[in-house]
Structure formats: structure tokens, C-alpha cells
Design a protein around this ligand. Structure first.
Ligand code: GTP
Ligand code: MG
Length: 363
């Protein structure tokens, strides 16, 4: 007889920690903290004043010997040394997390230099690491942009999946009256909603999804492990065509390139709305996605959110952009029940098992 017991390892809490690095990482976490309640937040910075002005569960001043609490002076090498100096402290704060979400702005010294070291420290602990990295506006100058570009490459090698959020793209938002703060909120929104979609699914902290078609920690793990570049599209809709509006807005999100999403190897579609979401609407949304994003592996999750009246929100996380075969680097996170996840997987060979027949790819 199969006994489902509360204390089965599968029911044990899967912890996600959200780590902000440098000033931008700290500011973003401070702003989204109320939205990601229940997840542990930790900040790492070389700048004591920057830490003082931000909110998180834990704040860690790194590299005191190298930076004396005054920042790196735009030197990524110092950021790297600072994080290496305090690697054991960093690991102490990240221990126990099955997934670490890193947030940083690139182009300065701390976010750029410390993030790859922090990512490596998290991976050594067996965590899956997803990074959200913002890069500078053109107006911030060529040197910053070059530093950010070099940092992006290093982070790309150190994490499982990275989501690049170019600040410069905020210029392409249709609303020209946006203040800088409001523009930054658009990026905060992408980060918060992606973290929430993943955490709802894997930690089940808030509630079980209304419809999650076999999407669990292993599904998310295989989507993001060693997947390189990822992108996120957000959309929302109200009224009779709300789902269609939301899904089109997510795919055509101004902060992403359409050609990029076409290259995705896996996508996670997360739909939130009131209890009135209809199966027909979900099917219509999946049909649009099916024709617009021709990737093999699609996972869907529908969440009920009592705060959404008549409105639906869609978050699409696309991973493995431009990848054919995914190589999983570093130590894999232990799978629930003690098993290990495979070290390599052929994405193309994966079955479309997450979807019920009605929603599977046609043709
Ligand atoms: N999206 C977003 N980007 C930001 C924000 N604040 C700063 N940035 C970007 O992040 C880049 C890095 O800046 P900081 O985070 O201040 O730099 P740091 O990592 O603290 O590095 P140092 O101070 O040089 O040690 C900047 O060039 C900005 O483009 C923010 O609130 N949101
Ligand atoms: Mg700083």
C-alpha cells in the first residue's frame, strides 16, 4: 500500500533564498521584498552605507579588509577579492537553499565582481542558481558598459540560468512620462513575478496551484540547470479577451526581443487570476503560445490569486535561449528523495509530458 505521509521528503520545505549583490541588488530587493514574503532575503555589499539604506532579512558586509566598508570604487577585481575573502560567511548565509536567486546591477565593482564568486559558492553547496542582472544605460558611459559586458559573460558561466535586463531597453517602453523610479519598477516587476512564479510552484508556501500539470521542483530544476540565457515576458489582461491580451503582451513584452524567445528550449507559463479562470481561456492561451514559441518543452501552471478580480496575469519564463544540448555544470542539486538529477540532458528529446493531451503541441 502506498502511504502518502506529511513527513515524506517530498513534503519537506524547499528553500529559496534571494540574494542581492551590490547597491542595485540591495535596492531591488528592498523594493520587491513585500511581494516575495516568505522567502529568505540576504544582501551582500562592500559598501556599508549601501547596506544601511536597504532592507533584507540578513545584510552582510563583504571584503572589509579590501574595501573597508567603502565600496570597490568601480573595480570588479576588488569585488571579486571581497567576495572571496568572505566566501565561508557567504556560504553560511546561503546554506540550506535548494535554489538561489541572485540579483545585481552590472557595471560597477561589487555586483560585477562579487556575483560570480557568490554564484560559485552557492553552486558548491548544491543549489541551483538563477541570476537577474541589470546592465547600465548608455548614458552611464562606455567604461561601465564594457565592465558590465565582461561581467555578464562571467556570470553566464557561473550560474545555471541568467536573465539579462538591460536598463537601456527601458527607453523602448511606450510611456514617455515614466520617471526613473517607475522605469526601474518595470524591471523589479519582472524579477518579482518570476521569483513568485517559481516559488509558488516549488515551495507551495502560499497555496497549491489550481492547476499545475506535473510542474514541481524537478521540472523547474531541469528547465534552468545549465541553461544559460533565459528571458521573461509579462502580460496582463482584463475583460472578455483578457487571456489573449495577457499572452500577447507577455510574448511581445517591450523589454524582450521576439527573436530571442523563439530560440527558447523550455518555457514555463504561469497564469494567475481569480477562481473564474476558464479552461477554454487557458486552452486559447496555450494555443497562441504554441504557434508563437515553437519550443518542445512547455510547462503550465495556473494559480488563483484572490486579489485579482477579472484580471489575469501571465508570466513566461523561457530558458536555454540558443542552446541545443544543455550541459549541466557543477554539482547538481540533490533531487527530492536523495536521488541526483542527470548531468546532461537532451532538451529536444524531452517529452511534452507536462501538458494534458488537449494542450500538447499539435503537428
Ligand atoms: N534596474 C536597476 N538598475 C540599477 C539600479 N540601481 C543601479 N542600477 C544599475 O546597476 C549598475 C551597477 O551599479 P551599482 O549596483 O550601484 O554598483 P555596485 O555593484 O554597488 O558596485 P560598486 O559600488 O562600484 O562597488 C548601474 O550602472 C546601474 O545601471 C536599480 O535600482 N534598478
Ligand atoms: Mg555600490
Amino acid at each position: 500500500m502506498v502511504k502518502v505521509v506529511e513527513e515524506h521528503p517530498e513534503c519537506a520545505e524547499i528553500r529559496i533564498k534571494v540574494a542581492g549583490v551590490g547597491n542595485a541588488g540591495g535596492k531591488i530587493i528592498s523594493r520587491i521584498r513585500s511581494r516575495i514574503q516568505g522567502l529568505d532575503t540576504v544582501l551582500f555589499n562592500t559598501d556599508a552605507l549601501g547596506l544601511r539604506d536597504c532592507d533584507a532579512d540578513v545584510k552582510v558586509l563583504i571584503g572589509e579588509k579590501t574595501c573597508r566598508g567603502q565600496g570597490t570604487g568601480l573595480d570588479p577585481e576588488k569585488g571579486k577579492i571581497a567576495a572571496s575573502e568572505d566566501e565561508s560567511r557567504i556560504q553560511e548565509e546561503l546554506r540550506g537553499a535548494r535554489m538561489v536567486m541572485l540579483i545585481a546591477g552590472l557595471g560597477g565593482g561589487t555586483g560585477t565582481g562579487s556575483s560570480p564568486v557568490i554564484a560559485k559558492a552557492a553552486k558548491e553547496l548544491g543549489a541551483i542558481v538563477i541570476a537577474f542582472v541589470a546592465t547600465p544605460f548608455k548614458l552611464e558611459g562606455g567604461e561601465r558598459i564594457e565592465r558590465a559586458q565582461a561581467g555578464l559573460e562571467r556570470i553566464g558561466h557561473a550560474v545555471d540560468t541568467y536573465i539579462h535586463l538591460p536598463n537601456e531597453k527601458l527607453h523602448s517602453l511606450p510611456d514617455e512620462s515614466l520617471t526613473l523610479g517607475q522605469a526601474f519598477e518595470k524591471i523589479d516587476d519582472i524579477i518579482a513575478r518570476t521569483i513568485l512564479s517559481i516559488s509558488h510552484l516549488v515551495t507551495r508556501k502560499q497555496s497549491a496551484p489550481a492547476m499545475s500539470l506535473d510542474v514541481d521542483f524537478s521540472t523547474i530544476a531541469s528547465m534552468v540547470q545549465g541553461s544559460g540565457r533565459g528571458i521573461v515576458g509579462l502580460g496582463q489582461g482584463k475583460g472578455p479577451d483578457r487571456m489573449e491580451t495577457a499572452v500577447r503582451a507577455a510574448i511581445e513584452h517591450p523589454l524582450i526581443e521576439r527573436s530571442d524567445i523563439m530560440e527558447a528550449r523550455s518555457i514555463l507559463i504561469s497564469i494567475s487570476g481569480g477562481a473564474d479562470i476558464k479552461l477554454k481561456e487557458v486552452t486559447a492561451a496555450m494555443d497562441i503560445i504554441q504557434t508563437r514559441i515553437p519550443c518542445e518543452s512547455k510547462s503550465l501552471c495556473v494559480m488563483h490569486d484572490k486579489n485579482l478580480n477579472d484580471e489575469v496575469q501571465i508570466t513566461i519564463l523561457a530558458t536555454g535561449i540558443g542552446k541545443t544540448k544543455v550541459e549541466v555544470k557543477g554539482k547538481p542539486a540533490p533531487a527530492a528523495g536523495g536521488g541526483e538529477l542527470p548531468l546532461t540532458r537532451d532538451v529536444d528529446a524531452r517529452p511534452n509530458y507536462e501538458l494534458p493531451p488537449a494542450l500538447r503541441s499539435r503537428g
